[in-house]
Design a protein around this ligand. Structure first.
Ligand SMILES: [Zn+2]
Ligand SMILES: [Zn+2]
Length: 269
């Protein structure tokens, strides 16, 4: 029931944002209502819902029993607000760390390229993520929250908030939210992460503090005509779902093959 409610609320957020971010007074750049690759991202949305269902009905019943003592006892004694805040901070830090790893390691980057392949940012673009990336982004954070004894009833709203915040992060809203950037990621900041030249900055999902502390923060405006996309593959990375869903495995296989190929002999002398 909670799962259906969360999926319905998230779907309503997507629909509302889809309209708002296209309004002349609110938008960053003009985007058509009949958006390109709409079916691609709706298909990725379906994948995300399926992965969430696996997480809720298969994974959570197992990992929610992982609480370790005496940490869990101390966490249970905390006031609810402090406990939820702790859960949120941990989850956000782990998401930041996973996101950096997705960029750092070739095999993980092969999967994360799917997310970066979007050519126009809007709320729906946040759903464009390979199922392996979805698992990596949501499972480690949940395991840590359950290990320290956060109950499911408090883990679920943290996950739902992160998903809803992602819609805002990726939106085409051009409203000035700079007043919030000391603490929070805004569409202006996440936009920089999708510009190929600055894709190694602004990894934070909700909070800017991790980027600020670890030297990956950048505060730059993006020009209205600046391009988004996979660095070096803006024009070539597949946009269709059926091709993109298979692409990461092909990239990984190619990378392994390249590594195994005999190196050309060094010229002597
Ligand atoms: Zn990224
Ligand atoms: Zn993104």
């Amino acid at each position: 029931m909670t799962f259906l409610l969360s999926v319905s609320v998230l779907a309503a957020v997507y629909v509302a944002m889809y309209g708002l971010e296209r309004l002349p007074g609110l938008r960053f750049r003009p985007l058509p209502f009949r958006r390109r690759y709409f079916t691609t991202d709706v298909a990725w949305y379906g994948v995300a819902v399926a992965i969430t269902a696996v997480s809720v009905f298969v994974l959570q019943p197992v990992i929610s029993k992982l609480a370790i003592e005496p940490i869990a006892r101390n966490v249970a004694a905390m006031p609810t607000v402090a406990r939820v805040l702790l859960a949120f901070l941990l989850f956000d830090l782990i998401s930041y760390t996973v996101h950096r790893a997705l960029h750092r390691y070739d095999a993980l980057w092969s999967f994360h390229k799917v997310h970066h392949s979007t050519l126009q940012l809007d709320g729906l673009a946040q759903t464009r993520a390979h199922m392996c990336e979805n698992m990596l982004r949501f499972v480690p954070g949940q395991i840590v929250m359950f290990l320290i004894g956060i109950p499911i009833a408090e883990v679920a709203p943290v996950l739902a908030f992160a998903a809803i915040y992602g819609v805002f992060d990726h939106s085409n809203l051009g409203i000035n939210f700079r007043w919030a950037e000391a603490l929070f990621v805004t569409p202006r900041l996440h936009r920089r992460h999708h510009v190929p030249s600055s894709s190694h900055q602004n990894f934070g999902p909700v909070l800017t503090i991790w980027d600020r502390m670890l030297g990956t923060f950048v505060s730059l405006d993006t020009a209205a005509d600046e391009q988004f996309g996979v660095p070096g593959e803006v024009d070539t990375y597949p946009q269709r779902f059926d091709k993109a869903v298979r692409r990461p495995m092909l990239d990984v296989r190619q990378a392994v093959r390249n590594r195994r190929a005999p190196r050309p002999l060094e010229p002597s002398g």
